[in-house]
Unconditional design. Sequence first.
Length: 353
Amino acid sequence: MTIFCSHCHRPLQAEMSCLPARAKQAPSAPRPFRSTKSASKARRDQINAELQALRSLLPISAQEKERLSYLHTMALVCLRLRGAQLFPPGLAPPTGPALGTELLSLLPGFLLVLSADSKLVYISENVAQVLGLSVVELLAQGDTVFDILDGRVGEDVHKKLLLAREEPGREVTFVSEMRTSKAFRLQHGGNRVVAVCGRFVALRWPPSPSTTAFLALCTPLVQSPTDGEAASQDDIFQSMHLLDMTFIDVTESVTYHLGYHREELVGQSWYSLLHPEDAELAAAQHRAVALGAGAGPAAGTAVLRVLRRDRAWSWLRVWARRDGGCITCTCRCLREEEAAHLRARQPRAAAPP
């Protein structure tokens, strides 16, 4: 009896090529070598040894090294590598002593350096005074400037940095909330609002993305006229008024901020300096303070434009309070970006109760 193939209907003995391809396949290759517990442990030990070696090279104290996690170690190593690429030790010109703690404490904020692709390259140690986070803790948030900023402004910041990169030397400013420690948020009710002002600088010639850095000063916006962490007496001026807002006295620093001498302002009305579009807002603040005698120093806050002596407009953040039969105003000059941020977040801050 002849057996016929079910595929080609020919005698099975006469033709074997019709068999399905899977029937003719060679035996499968043996499985690759599988990892064992001892091999996994050897790899972990090697990784740990490499991380310990990297940690030992970091220019920080032994006590700080002991507290570093693997994530923090790698973040610091990456920061140092980016810094070495932009500032090679052999090519950098002598710059004198490094910025010490005493000098950094005199700055109104902290220093920030970014690479051309927005990677963090340097953060000054006094960042802890502003954000409540050390450099190591801040790096744990991520390795780009966008990782430490409020995500809502990411697109605007990207555009500003792109503009600055296309025009090296051009100063740009952007305002955003920066991530802070949990203790800071509990104490102040949220993250810190910071104005970042800087420009791209070519560190070597010819300029290229690998030799260009964004150098910036990050200054916190003051939350109150007594916020000693963020401001000094040089940042503000004060004025005293009758209840109808006529000037009766003003500090001499007004000359630096607005150009007027004290004698020019005494006897004038506060309203004579205000931008017409801000008169209603100023009047609301005025009413709130004049009628709220016991409301304390936070009775009224407003962001207003006032006329400088050179006929230009300046933005001021004005804290007003009533002291008996007088009204005292504490004023701080703002950049336009700072004023826009504060107005967007507190558009009705000076409205009467």
